[in-house]
Design a protein around this ligand. Structure first.
Ligand SMILES: [Zn+2]
Length: 345
């Protein structure tokens, strides 16, 4: 049996153990996937339990993902609530640990201590980690946005410059003075606008905008002295046009990228926060209720609202919410200091 087959057969054992415990006879087993990936997970849409290679043999991962499957099986919901899903994920770990204790499957948890998110120091650390991730995300977003806006202004000037020069060149009588005016105007406007993004790096080899612009001016100087240089002027102008088009395109691509990268981070942030809360509520339930094993099959059949009101709003969660409020306030003040928030709090 190779590792993949071994993992899949272990998961099937765990599914049977949990199915007996919860008294849920499943008509259709979830699909199993085992591969090199960052995280293990359960996909309710396709009913797939995915175990990452590094989680092979891990009772924590097996029972967490299988619990997600059972909760979803008993209580298929259109709208997912990550916090409550993760409550079941963490519950699954403890249920599994209890069920395989002193059986031939005890080895699933041999090398794994119970997770302890509800340890207040750990909870606070996790909370700060999550908040730091969130704030650095805003900070980076702000830096990127500033860079982008700055570059957009500069790019606008370049586009206008190329457009105006192009207009002059299509004129039959090339007016050298007109072009000099355009150059002067460009230089005046572009003062103080830093070229934040290295456009040349994006375009690849070739001259940068200022070099091309200087080329154009020296071509014009020569043209003024002897009118034979028109072809060179057009050549240089074409290079400027290519530069402007390519970088305009790059800028548009960058805008999409910035938008998308912030969206991904937003989901990731929500994910971190919901895991922290869901796991902690589950651990507090396990610690505070000696009958949690007897109650667990019932809890799996309760709706989200009941679970939220009863466990998430329980007194035992108060100290944790206070830690969150404290940490969030501290972070807000720190960010206001950095002027990342303009409004008062
Ligand atoms: Zn989970």
């Amino acid at each position: 049996m190779n590792l993949e087959e071994k993992v899949k057969s272990e998961i099937n054992c765990c599914i049977n153990i949990l199915s007996d415990f919860l008294e849920v006879k499943i008509k259709e087993k979830p699909r199993l996937s085992f591969a090199k990936r960052d995280l293990s997970g359960y996909n309710p849409k396709y009913k797939v339990i995915s175990i990452s290679e590094k989680d092979a043999g891990s009772g924590i991962s097996y029972f967490e993902e299988i619990s997600h499957f059972f909760r979803d099986y008993i209580f298929p919901q259109n709208e997912k609530n990550i916090k409550i899903d993760e409550f079941f994920g963490r519950l699954g770990e403890s249920i599994g640990r209890n069920l395989v204790e002193n059986t031939k499957f005890a080895y699933f948890f041999e090398n794994e201590k119970p997770r302890n998110y509800s340890n207040k120091d750990f909870f606070k650390e996790e909370c700060d980690l999550w908040l730091n991730f969130w704030s650095s995300n805003i900070e980076n977003g702000e830096i990127k946005r500033n860079m982008f806006n700055n570059s957009k202004v500069k790019m606008g000037l370049i586009t206008k410059f190329v457009y105006d020069v192009g207009n002059c060149l299509t004129n039959k009588d090339l007016d050298f003075k007109e072009i000099v005016k355009i150059v002067e105007n460009y230089e005046k406007c572009s003062k103080g606008v830093g070229f934040e993004l290295e456009f040349n790096d994006l375009v690849g080899k070739g001259k940068n905008f200022n070099e091309l612009k200087d080329d154009l001016i020296s071509c014009l100087e020569r043209y003024k002295m002897n009118k034979n240089n028109y072809k060179k002027i057009i050549n240089t102008y074409e290079k400027l046009k290519t530069f402007s088009n390519k970088n305009g395109e790059n800028l548009r691509r960058m805008k999409k990228h910035i938008k998308r990268s912030r969206l991904v981070s937003k989901n990731r942030l929500e994910d971190l926060y919901c895991h922290l809360i869901g796991y902690t509520v589950a651990e507090q339930f396990i610690k505070n209720d000696t009958e949690f094993m007897e109650k667990a099959p019932i809890v799996f059949r309760q709706n989200n609202e009941t679970i939220y009101n009863y466990y998430f709003l329980s007194d035992f969660m108060k100290p944790y919410y206070l830690i969150i409020i404290n940490s969030v306030l501290r972070k807000f003040l720190e960010m206001r200091e950095k002027k990342l928030f303009r409004h008062k709090i």
